[in-house]
Design a protein around this ligand. Sequence first.
Ligand code: ADP
Ligand code: TRP
Length: 328
Amino acid sequence: MTTSPVKTSLTGIKPTAEPHLGNYLGAIRPALQLVERYRSFYFVADYHALTTVRDPSALRAHSWTVAATWLACGLDPSETVLFRQSDVPLVFELAWVLGCVAATGQLERGHAYKDALARGEAPNAGVFCYPLLMAADILLYDTNVVPIGADQKQHLELTRDLAARINHLYGDGVLVVPEIVTSDHPTVPGLDGHKMSKSRGNTIPLFASAKGLKKAVFRIKTGSEALEEPKSTDGSIVYELFRHVAPAEAPEMERKLAAGGYGWGHAKQDLVDALEAYLREKRRRYEALREDEDALERILAGGAEVASAIARATMSRVREATGIGLAR
Ligand code: ADP
Ligand code: TRP
């Protein structure tokens, strides 16, 4: 039986590219807001990234990038367990056990797998099995809540189903059935007005230089009204992004736009300044962390040690329950 009085929150980020403002507002910040109330496990999902990343040095570098991002955004490794998925290989043992109770139809209905087929691709088996590994990530650590974006909800539903099935087959309490906590943060638009996403190349990278921020913001499309004309915030990407990073100052920008005499160029410059103020300190911390990979490794190793102890306890319950190995 698992009866930890403090509930556990867990989430993972794939090290596939530089994190962007949407990742921060939609995933990293909401997860960090939970650390006071939950025992938290936040990890770098490097084996998940392997379904798409083929360059070994990029995968390794992005893993440090994601670890440094969590830390730069405020994760305190003395209170939150920060680790790399691959440092706790027991996750594969649990993924196998879950695969033995999952129906292939459940994996065939996976959004990522189905979308790849619909695009005419031939997805690798890692893409097909991705939800099993994700379910194992969650269930290995007796997770109670999983803060995730709405796009990950289907994976969580499968995780809950598999945990319930194991408990039904082998006895209550073998696995903890987690709750879903989807981020209520609205989707952050990208420079082109579509969802900000690495794959669309429309992002504001979280740790871009001041110059890089300006370059990105000045790519945003705006209306073509003359300077003196009044302007509406409806459908304005510049205003929407400004509202995300400087909510207290947004009414003032709305007023200035409506009054006329304030152009989209001015609004863009105000957005650049707001982003710089919002991100400057995080970027400074990130750069310092990123320079010392040995220090990052030490933090990840410390996290893996704590995570492994819990993983071993879970797997010993699972082995005992399923009849794998000797009875205790
Ligand atoms: P991307 O779409 O850039 O590849 P990921 O799929 O790796 O990002 O997402 C990592 C996390 O960040 C997920 O929890 C996801 O919901 C969140 N996220 C990604 N893009 C946005 C966005 N534009 N707005 C809000 N949250 C986002
Ligand atoms: N699939 C998640 C994403 O693409 C990353 C992830 C892997 C994850 N394992 C997880 C998230 C476990 C939450 C819990 O964003």
